[in-house]
Design a protein around this ligand. Sequence first.
Ligand code: TYD
Ligand code: MG
Length: 456
Amino acid sequence: MSKIKTAFFCQNCGNQSQKWMGRCPACGEWNTFTEEVIQREEKIAGRVTFGDTRSATPVKVSEVTFKTDIRINTHNEELNRTLGGGVVPGSVILIGGEPGIGKSTLMLQVALKCTGQKILYISGEESEQQIRMRAERIGTLNENCFILTETNTQAIFHHLESVKPQIIIIDSIQTLQTDIIESSAGSISQIKECASELQKYSKITHTPVFLIGHITKDGNLAGPKILEHMVDTVLQFEGDRNYGYRILRSLKNRFGSTSELGIYEMNDSGLREVHNPSEILLSQRDEKVSGIAIAAMVEGMRPMLVEIQALVSSAVYGTPQRSTTGFDGRRLNMLLAVLEKRSGFRLGTKDVFLNIAGGIRVDDPAIDLAVVAAILSSNQDSPIDSKTCFAAETGLSGEIRPINRIEQRITEAEKLGFERIFISKYNTKGIDLKRHDAIKMIPVGKIEEMYRKLFE
Ligand code: TYD
Ligand code: MG
């Protein structure tokens, strides 16, 4: 009789415990512990080792040898950028995202485009025929791209030995299963063990591994969350399913900055890289409409211009409605209170609706001034000139505050043909005026001042 070893795992954060607990001490969630069989004793012998050749002797940091310029080009500029300039050999990259957002499409596209490297795409979700069908639709078939539909890690390592790929893609980590753990695929202990086997393989053979992981709407599904500390890079693929664009964000990166992001657009032939995000965020319009203001925002490190749309109308019911899409509702309430109390605009009895065009969510406080301008424009029904944009934060006393990366925002606005930009008057230091002769900067200190310069 073999001995069965079990443990309890929190399904929320992956915390392991010997006994059942009502509340997870690590994440504070209630009733999340479930029992999982972790191993039968006779199976420990089956653990993969790949003949570990790493020396474990201490060496001077200056004597560690490495090659510069070792990053692998994925031939996908947005992905390269998000990774900090390409894939580092021996790194494990987790790509998380909701089901249906386009993770498989992205990775298959990379596999097909990367002609210089031997790539193995391992799928536990789709059959070979399905993958081929998708591949024909989104790109040209690549002789160096191999497909394997297998979920058992021991079998996968067996194939890796013969194929010896230079890049491995696993779709998805939740479908993998290792022999040494008894519990079903997708359980915490399976995910942890499979990921650690792959990580070991990656570090020893210097092969980069992409792991695809599904997360739920609130981003809390145990799977990918518990992997975050095991992998080198965590990328999140997100976007609104009703809109075509997708954002690839770096949440953790041992080899680059986490403020980089990649932007894609999903269309019928796969994901298209978007090098100029403003093109999808600014709606094309001919006639002048009130309630529209353009903000120069920065997402990660990329400047882009977004269109803020506001609709202010007299409240039909007793309590005025405030509703936002893509913007924090409490921040809108704050800005309305500032307009009412500090600047004397009577908006207390008005319904206010605010929408960020393109369906993105913006947290950058630098769009405050554009929000205020859009509201005022709609309130008095006078359109704002379409060559004007805004970049400043609004404070509680109605003052217009400086923001970071102002120069970058001005340059972007200038590049897109804007002629005027409203900025904070405290933000003008350090701007090289000579460099921006195509755009006029309008420094303002208070909301009333902006109002006068805009509408009078
Ligand atoms: P998929 O990559 O399967 O998502 P994930 O692996 O993250 O679950 O993407 C599926 C969605 O993408 C599906 O709803 C259809 C859409 N799609 C397109 O619009 N065009 C395409 O060319 C492809 C391949 C998918
Ligand atoms: Mg998929």
